[in-house]
Design a binder for this molecule. Structure first.
Ligand code: FES
Length: 157
């Protein structure tokens, strides 16, 4: 009888250890992605820099030329957004004339100076904002601030 209890206890301990081993990679996979976007020296006001984030999804960094709430860089003027429209996932374009992102599929407009909010529909949701950090002479994307990148169940990898 004693042998049976020890066996069961050992089994439970071994199972717990195995769960810990299995859980560790999942925790690592859930971490936000850190990805180099551009060298600071190569960023120009009003000229968006295309990159992908968190995996292959298109995104834009824009220097708006004036401080932004949560902006990055020496002037706090750098912002970034997922470029996938929240209506049906078309990649948006940057309209240099208005400074807005415009969806070519159904004409939704988004304002990068207002947290990516939708100015005109049919999209009712803004573009998910991407957190930026400056490290040395480069800008890095380090996470998604709010909302899900279109088509994803999780913004992490
Ligand atoms: Fe962008 Fe419809 S997919 S407005």
């Amino acid at each position: 009888m004693q042998h049976s209890k020890l066996t069961r206890r050992r089994f439970m301990l071994a199972g717990g250890a195995a769960m810990g081993v299995l859980a560790a990679p999942a925790a690592i996979q859930a971490a936000p992605v850190r990805k180099r976007v551009a060298a600071l020296a190569n960023i120009r006001v009003g000229e968006p820099v295309a990159f992908t984030y968190p995996d292959d999804e298109p995104a834009f960094l824009v220097d708006l030329g004036r401080p932004q709430l949560g902006g990055a860089g020496p002037k706090r003027s750098l912002v970034a957004y997922s470029a996938l429209c929240q209506h049906m996932g078309c990649p948006v374009n940057f309209d240099a004339r208005t400074g807005h992102f415009v969806c070519p599929c159904h004409a939704s407009r988004f304002d990068p100076a207002r947290n990516g909010d939708a100015l005109e529909g049919p999209s009712t949701r803004g573009l998910p904002r991407i957190h930026l950090r400056v490290d040395g002479d480069a800008v890095y994307a380090v996470g998604v601030a709010d909302g899900l990148v279109y088509g994803r169940a999780c913004n992490h990898t």
